[in-house]
Design a protein around this ligand. Structure first.
Ligand code: ADP
Ligand code: MG
Length: 193
């Protein structure tokens, strides 16, 4: 979560630029505010299990971020955390299964599917590629975000533009790629230690 917050902080203006092209220019600031609050909450009351880290983070995002991405990312983290349960440590396979439940919950809440040019276009391939490695997951999520450029947005604010949304990367797909990149960076460090 700290790595995600740092990455979102670094990339906030790019995320907002993407959102200014096909939305309302707040995606970067929404996530910056949300993940800063997540880090603050986790530091104030450090949860004792990985699952609790994610459910606490998700709850904080939902209460801090007003835009569509708050409830969607909040649901992703809460549902993933819930699926991890009370375990004190989790394997990559368990994380992947839990993230799958989280991504499915995002699809259900958003009424969306991969191909609609949303965050799901990065989240879905990211989770699938986690079967290979954290690096593969980060690459797949990044490619998934790039692949939204030629797509017409079918959900969220960008869908109001109709065909004019074609040619732009979806901001939420871009931030989802950052999430997987932060996971890969963090997991890589742990393996190296
Ligand atoms: P808002 O659209 O309310 O301004 P943000 O700009 O923070 O919120 O987030 C926009 C992103 O949220 C989009 O780029 C898209 O990835 C994601 N999004 C919006 N609606 C949906 C949906 N129904 N399903 C999945 N993702 C969605
Ligand atoms: Mg927006």
């Amino acid at each position: 979560m700290a790595a995600v917050a740092a990455s979102v902080e670094r990339e906030a203006s790019r995320l907002t630029d993407l959102d200014s092209a096909i939305g309302d220019a707040d995606h970067g600031s929404n996530l910056q505010r949300g993940f800063a609050a997540v880090v603050k909450t986790l530091e104030a009351e450090p949860p004792v299990t990985p699952g609790a880290v994610l459910t606490t983070a998700g709850r904080q995002l939902i209460s801090t971020v007003g835009g569509a991405s708050g409830p969607l990312y909040g649901t992703l983290l809460r549902r993933t955390g819930k699926a991890l349960g009370e375990a004190g440590s989790v394997t990559v396979g368990e994380l992947r299964t839990a993230l799958r439940a989280g991504v499915d919950a995002v699809a259900q809440l958003g009424g969306s599917a991969p191909g609609d040019a949303t965050m799901l276009d990065a989240l879905d391939p990211g989770v699938e590629a986690l079967a290979t490695s954290f690096t593969a997951a980060a690459e797949a999520a990044g490619q998934g975000a790039e692949a939204t450029v030629p797509l017409q947005a079918r959900k969220g604010r960008a869908s109001y533009l109709g065909e004019r949304s074609i040619g732009h990367q979806d901001p939420g797909a871009a931030s989802s790629a950052l999430l997987f990149a932060a996971l890969a960076d963090t997991a890589g460090e742990e393996v190296a230690e």
